[in-house]
Design a binder for this molecule. Structure first.
Ligand code: FMN
Ligand code: SF4
Ligand code: SF4
Length: 246
């Protein structure tokens, strides 16, 4: 049983690859949040995984919210975490380990894999060959991680953590303000952004998206998945391109 959160497909891809090679199934955290499904006590599983992107050296709010509500029966299970990141995983592995510990869940192993950085207010994903090369290297690493999980290796294998990284993730809350997102006249009112938002922060009103919550997860799924690239955050995202893992 591998729980994953993913806005642009990196973590979903990693979770699916690990699941395939370790004979596990994946469960979308977004679907659980949307359907109010938090009770998995009836399911016994040898392996439990948590796969998600690093946000501001820490956890997406969706993952924190889900784990706080989660009921799991995994005393005998091998529990792993796998974070996908663009540059540094910071304190994400430490934060999730402590969060799971507060729920009585003991983590057996922690992994991380570098993938294209979807924070395009800063990072440029317009060079498709560079992006593809990052994903090729990521696939090699994911294969290695899968075989460690298959062998139930124990330990902290997160190579891009930062000492005290868990102390530097405070800016995320400020970043989550939906007033930083905007929509241009290119919008055709298809509603895809509203449908895929993991926290239901968008409604289509008068043929255009309107942000109906003051804060969201700031996953940038709406920006990267819009068929018209009509959603932006600041002045740089239009130059830095859209990205969704194939
Ligand atoms: C709001 C936000 C914050 C991010 N913060 C970090 C970070 O602190 N460190 C990092 O290396 N990557 C960071 N990233 C990049 C993502 O962790 C990375 O691209 C991840 O693989 C995206 O996963 P997904 O495609 O499954 O959503 C951030 C991305 C977003 C959208
Ligand atoms: S996905 Fe893009 S085109 Fe579709 S409603 Fe949202 S902003 Fe408009
Ligand atoms: S509004 Fe956009 S950036 Fe915010 S959580 Fe929803 S999809 Fe992600």
């Amino acid at each position: 049983m591998i729980f994953y959160f993913s806005a642009t497909g990196n973590s979903r891809h990693a979770a699916k690859r690990v699941a395939e090679t370790t004979d596990n199934r994946t469960i979308s955290i977004t679907n659980c949040l949307k359907n109010g499904r938090y009770d998995f006590t009836a399911e016994k599983t040898e392996t439990v995984g948590f796969v998600f992107p690093v946000y501001n050296f820490g956890l997406p709010v969706t993952v924190t919210d889900f784990i706080r509500r989660l009921n799991l029966n995994c005393n005998e299970s091998y529990v792993f975490t796998l974070v996908t990141y663009g540059g540094f995983s910071g304190g994400a592995s430490k934060i999730i380990k402590n969060l799971l510990k507060s729920k009585g869940i003991k983590v057996s192993a922690q992994f991380s894999v570098r993938m294209p950085d979807t924070w395009t207010p800063i990072y440029d994903l317009s060079d498709k060959e560079k992006v593809a090369e990052t994903n090729r290297k990521a696939d090699v690493k994911i294969s290695r991680i899968s075989s460690q999980i298959r062998k139930k290796s124990k330990g902290n294998f997160d190579s891009r953590k930062i000492p005290f990284g868990d102390k530097f993730c405070g800016g995320y809350d400020e970043m989550r303000k939906t007033s930083t997102l905007s929509v241009s006249e290119k919008c055709i009112g298809c509603g895809l952004c509203a449908n895929q938002c993991p926290v239901d922060a968008i409604e289509v009103q008068n043929g255009k998206p309107a942000w109906v919550k003051e804060k969201c997860a700031m996953c940038l799924g709406c920006l990267h998945r819009c068929p018209k690239f009509a959603i932006q955050r600041g002045s740089k995202t239009a130059l830095h391109g859209q990205y969704v893992h194939k």
